[in-house]
Design a protein around this ligand. Structure first.
Ligand code: ADP
Ligand code: MG
Length: 687
């Protein structure tokens, strides 16, 4: 096996300029070029007759050339070669610009095939600069029966790309002695899955000769892409497995903690706590993801794990994505853990220098059992005396790197990640490939599903009347403004404007506050405090409320321009209500009335189940959008699709599991090539 990581400039004809242009398409190496797949194909196999042509049509013709009509050149301007082609139904004028040399090749009587866009000119049909194939002389032509259409950039044409890729493939085929030189999948898997060879697949994806060949090529390339994704993640997992962490006990204390709760833990919570305890009792550090819908009670699971850590004489840390959320967790943890004799400290960016220093000392000396804070603060500056457990409340954020930084602290601490974006298990396994997955698939008793209704803007008055009704009953409300072009400033303007408008008009008799991302932590906290104390009845907010606002008396939410949000995000937002004993209502106001918008919002009306919703979101938008993974190297899939190719993914997962079961570190001789390719890839994707 051989990598293809040489720079693209090693190819003939690629100078600095072309290199720059290719770089714009993220093509840096030979491999990048080969994996720059067509986004579609033009089928040139169907040859039309001149008589059948329609204006504007792109089509293939087979013609005989008549004596040259004209040949002109305008001084130093473009040269012009015009000729007439004919088939048995009619004639067409063909013009070539700047290709005067063609007059040597294309002479009267020549038969050729052309492909181009047909226009109607003053004297009948015309075509300019078509692709062509001289029949009887196919050499050196970029002509393809099925012509690939590539994603392009300025100053780089389809033909140029075709030429480059073709040249590269040809030269690789020449060097490929035994069909294995450039193969990157284990022979056994190729045989077992009846995959075609890598070079064959690449040739057919770029230059397919027939539908069947293309299908076989695609299958192989999808398999390959999934294979590297899955094995990369699992190979890393295998590496972690050999490290040793701290064995934690504390079963009795965890039982005591559960008894101390003012409610009975749900069956799902108990199951997951059991899974966590089993992990903690092992030498191999835990890497576990707990998935649970908003409000399913993940914090109880986190606290149980912390109790186990402290009961075993060690420290635990809990990280949240925002200060508000960290503060909230701090409150909850103190409420439930202090009575058990466990001390809890808060560490966030807004602590003053002196207080921060004091807290850091306490942590270092082991005078604090549990530390709660924001990711950045905990991972950067703190030394722990004896850290054995790290919990991250990620919401739907993807904090692989932060997780890693923290794991380096202490003595290979156990890691528990909590995610509120429930996703199908197979996908979770991929996205969080280095983690085991637990699912809290049950809500605490007595929760009433939120009633959700999608309403066009024309019903805005009715919607706001609904809000007033709830406010008059003593409840509270959220009004959520949409993200605009992901610009915080614009968001802020929109939110401010809406806030003022509501205050002056529809909600002038109520106390309305504003919360947005540009406020300082203190300002946010003040507003939140006022809302919690019911000094404010309505909170107009940007999506900052998405994370971690917990006011049980809030029972209504209006989401403005709901069509701009993804379903998973709508679900997150909606999770801010329905947290107490009262029935809650969510209104999704929307502008456009496109069918698919209504269909999407309709899903929100029908279900409160986050797993179902994220599955739909995945189907509609794909995982890149859903999880903001576009930039993340290994997740940047070019041809495979998590949703559409689930079957192939499942097969790959099975194959990889078997391979690693036999040879976890890929140290057997037969896996040597694979291992070095993998190490190469890991190097390249390290961020
Ligand atoms: P999330 O999974 O969204 O983080 P939380 O842990 O914040 O959910 O729990 C949401 C609310 O439900 C909290 O007020 C919590 O005290 C309460 N809760 C958790 N578990 C139970 C349970 N088994 N029975 C009743 N209420 C519960
Ligand atoms: Mg939570």
């Amino acid at each position: 096996m051989q990598g293809l990581y040489e720079n693209i400039s090693t190819l003939k004809g690629v100078g600095p300029k072309k290199q720059q242009r290719l770089l714009k398409l993220n093509i840096e190496t030979l491999e990048d070029l080969l994996y720059h797949f067509p986004r579609g194909y033009e089928d040139r196999r169907e040859i039309k007759k001149v008589k059948e042509l329609r204006e504007g049509e792109k089509t293939a013709l087979e013609l005989q050339v008549h004596p040259l009509k004209k040949r002109r050149s305008f001084g130093r301007g473009p040269s012009l070669l015009q000729l007439v082609g004919q088939d048995d139904t009619g004639r067409i004028l063909i013009t070539f610009f700047n290709q005067a040399y063609l007059s040597q090749k294309i002479t009267p009587g020549t038969r050729l095939r052309i492909y181009g866009e047909v226009k109607r000119g003053p004297r009948g049909m015309e075509v300019a600069n078509p692709d062509f194939l001289l029949l009887g002389d196919p050499q050196g032509s970029s002509w393809q029966e099925i012509f690939p259409i590539y994603p392009l950039t300025k100053d780089l044409s389809q033909k140029e790309l075709v030429k480059l890729i073709k040249m590269l493939l040809d030269s690789l085929k020449e060097k490929d002695e035994n069909e294995e030189t450039f193969e990157n999948l284990p022979r056994s898997l190729i045989r077992e899955n009846k995959l075609c060879q890598r070079l064959t697949a690449l040739e057919h994806i770029h230059f397919p000769r027939h539908a069947q060949g293309l299908k076989v090529a695609k299958y192989r390339l999808i398999y390959e892409e999934f294979f590297y994704l899955v094995i990369t993640l699992n190979y890393k997992k295998a590496k972690v497995l050999v490290e040793e962490g701290t064995v934690l006990g504390g079963e009795r204390e965890v039982q005591g903690f559960l008894k101390s709760l003012p409610f009975e833990a749900t069956g799902a919570q108990k199951t997951v706590i059991g899974e966590v305890q089993r992990d903690l009792g092992r030498k191999v550090p835990m890497s576990r993801l707990v998935q649970g819908d908003v409000g399913s009670g993940k914090t109880v699971v986190a606290m149980a794990a912390l109790v186990a850590a402290v009961a075993s004489g060690t420290q635990g840390a809990m990280m949240a994505p925002t200060e508000i959320l960290a503060k909230q967790h701090y409150g909850t943890l103190r409420q439930f853990l202090n009575p058990l004799g466990i001390s809890v400290g808060l560490l966030t960016g807004s602590l003053t220098g002196k207080n921060k220093k004091r807290m850091q000392e306490k942590i270092q000396e082991g005078r604090v059992d549990v530390v709660v804070g924001t990711h950045a603060v905990i991972s950067e500056k703190v030394e722990f005396q004896n850290l054995s457990l790290v919990i991250t409340d990620e919401q739907h954020r993807f904090g692989v790197r932060q997780r890693k930084t923290l794991s380096k602290k202490g003595n290979n601490p156990h890691v528990l990640v909590m995610s509120a974006t429930p996703i199908p298990r197979t996908l979770a396994y991929i996205l969080y490939g280095d983690l085991e997955v637990s699912v809290i698939d049950q809500m605490p008793k007595g929760r009433k599903p939120i009633e959700t209704k999608a309403c066009p803007n024309s019903q805005r008055d009715t919607v706001y009347q609904g809000i007033k009704d709830e406010l008059n009953r003593g409840r509270q409300a959220y009004v959520v403004c949409p993200l605009i072009d992901e610009s915080e400033t614009l968001d802020l303007n929109a939110a401010t404007e809406l806030h003022n408008r509501l205050k002056k008009n529809i909600l002038k008799d109520y106390k309305v506050g504003l919360l947005h991302g540009k406020m300082t932590y203190t300002e946010k906290e003040e507003i939140m405090q006022q809302f919690t104390n019911q000094e404010l009845q309505v909170l107009v907010a940007t999506t900052v409320v998405e994370v971690g606002v917990d006011v049980a008396n809030a029972t209504v939410m209006v989401i403005e321009n709901a069509e701009r949000f993804g379903l998973a995000q709508l679900h997150q937002l909606r999770g801010r209500i329905g947290r107490g004993e009262h029935q809650s209502y969510c209104y999704l106001l929307h502008h456009e009335v496109k069918d698919h918008t209504l269909q999407r919002l309709g899903i929100m009306e029908k279900t409160n189940n986050g797993f179902l919703i994220s599955e739909k979101d995945l189907e509609i938008r794909g995982p890149g959008e859903l999880f903001g993974l576009r930039q993340h190297g290994i997740y940047n899939l070019k041809i495979a699709n998590f949703f559409r190719h689930q079957n192939i993914l499942t097969k790959v997962q099975r194959d990889v599991a078997e391979l690693l079961r036999e040879d976890p570190m890929l140290s057997l001789e037969k896996n040597r090539d694979l291992r070095s390719l993998l190490e190469d890839k890991l190097q390249r994707y390290r961020d």
